[in-house]
Ligand binder design. Sequence first.
Ligand code: ADP
Length: 544
Amino acid sequence: SNPSTTKREPTLPPGFSREAFDRAIDDLRGAIGGEFVEINDVPLNAGNYYHPSLSHDSYAVLEEDYFVPSAVAWPGSTAEVQAIVKWANRWKIPLWPISIGRNLGYGGSAPRVPGSLLIDLGRRMNKVLNIDEKAATCLLQPGVTYIELYEELKRRGLGEKLWIDVPDLGGGSVVGNALDRGVGYTPYGDHWAQHCGMEVVLANGEVVRLGMDSMPGSKTGQCFPYGYGPFLDGIFTQSNFGIVTRMGMFLMPNPGGILPFMISFMHKEDLQPAVDILQELMVSRLLGNVPSLRLGLWDAAVYGSKDQYWPENAGRPVTDEIEAEILKKADLGAWVFYGAFYGPDELTSAQWKVVQSKFAGIRDVRFQLREDVPENSYLHDRAAVFAGVPTFRELAWHQWIPNAGELFFAPISGVNGRDAVAQVDMCKKICTKHGFDYLGTFYVAQREMHHIVTILWDRSKPEQRQAADRCIRELIRTHAELGYGEYRSHIATADDIMATYNWNDGAFRKLCEQLKDSLDPNGILQPGRSGIWPKDYRGKGWEI
Ligand code: ADP
C-alpha cells in the first residue's frame, strides 16, 4: 500500500489546536531544516522488526492510536538536539527521544504522552566516533546499532580482535539498549556496566559531559567512568532527565577461544535443583558470562508454530500433557540451559568437565556441544550470540501464534530455586488464566536472574490484546505481593510498576519527581517515562 495516498489526522500535543501545532512545526522546521521534520499523519501500519514503525507502537497493548507521536524530527548533531529541546520549552510540547525505536515489547518507538514529538536520533546521529583498538573501547552516537558496530569493527580489520556484546537481536541501538539497561550474553552482558562517559542534552537545552570528559581535552574519557564528584550517569537511564547524544562503551578483547554448550533438564521439577546449583557456579564465577535458562516450550517456538505441533489447539494455552508431547516431538528438555566458556581450549574443556559434574546428579540431564546437535539446533545461534555475532533467529518464535503482538513482563529473581519456582508457578497460573501460554526465560547474572516472560497475543483479536493488558497488570501486582519487582517496563505499565516500588510511602518516586521538577520545570522531556511525571501532569489523570 502507498502510505501517501491516505492521510490521518495527526494526534496533537496536549492542549494544542491544529493551527497552533502547525505554527510550532514551522518554527521547528526553521530551527533544524524542513526536510528533517515530518508530521505523523500516515496510516498506522503495523511495521515489523526490520522496518520498525515510527508512527505508533506496532505491538500496541492499549488502543493502537493512543501512544502516537504528533511528528518526528531527525536532528543531525548535538546542537540540533539542543535546538529541539529549546523549541519544546518555548512551545511546551512533550518530547520523546529514541535511538532506533526497536524497543519492541516495551513500547517500540512510541511516546508515553500522545502527541509528543518523536526525536529519532538514529537516522543522522549514527557515527562510530572512535575505536581504541588497544584499550578496547569505543565512542558512539546513539544511532549506531549492534550490527553496524560489528560491521565497522570488521571494516577496520578489528573483527577478530575486538568483540561486541549483542542482545538477542542485533538491530537495536548500543546506546539506547544500555540506557534502558538491556542485557547480552558475553561476560560484558550487563550493558550499562560497560558504559564509560556520556554526553547529555538536559531538559533546559544545556549540554553536559559526564565522567572524565567533563574536563576539556580529557584523554581518559573512555578509561574511567566515575570522573570526579557525584556519579550522575545512572540518573539518565530509564528516566526522563536528559537526551544522551554520545556514549563510550567497553569492547571485549577476543578471549582466544569459546566453548558454547547446552544442558537440557528433562523434567519440570528440575528447575529448583538446577538453579540452586547454578547459584554456586555464578557467584563463584565459574560461569562468567550471562547464560540463559529457557523454558523448553519457548525453544519449541523457535522450531515451529503452535498449530504445527498442536493442530487442534483452537487458540487455547497448552496443557501440561500437550507441552510434554511438544517437547518430545521437538526433542527438548523442560528447561534448556545455554552457556559458554571463554578462553583457550585446554581451559574451557576443563571448565566444561567441572560444570557437568555439578549437574550430573539431576535425573536424565543431557549435556551437548555444537558437534552433538543437528544443524538447525538453536544452540548454533546462541553460540554466535555468545561470541558477539548479531543474529536474527530469535525472531522465529513470533511464529508461535499468527499475527503475534508481544509484551514483556520482566521481574528480577535471585539465582535460587525458590525464587525461580515461585515466579514460574505464579506466571504460569496467571498467563493460563488469561488465555496465554507461559513462555519464560531466565538471563542469569552473578547474583540475580532477569526472568523474561513474553505474552503473545493475536493482533487481529482486540479481546486478546485487552486480556494481555489485564494479564500483565495482574502479574505485576502478584509479584510485588511476593516481593518481586521488574527491571524494565513497557510504556503502558510504567505507572503500575513504579507504584510497586513504594517503600516508605513512595520515597523513591518522590525523589525522582524532585529531580524531574528541578531539571525539567516545563515538563517537556518524556513525561511519564518509568512512571515519573512532571508537576503539571501529576494527579491530572495521565497515569494508566
Ligand atoms: P532500541 O535500541 O531497542 O531500538 P530505543 O531507541 O527504542 O531502543 O530506545 C529505548 C528507550 O530508551 C526509548 O524509548 C527512550 O525512552 C530511551 N532512549 C533511547 N535512546 C535514548 C537517548 N539517546 N537519550 C535518552 N533516552 C533514550
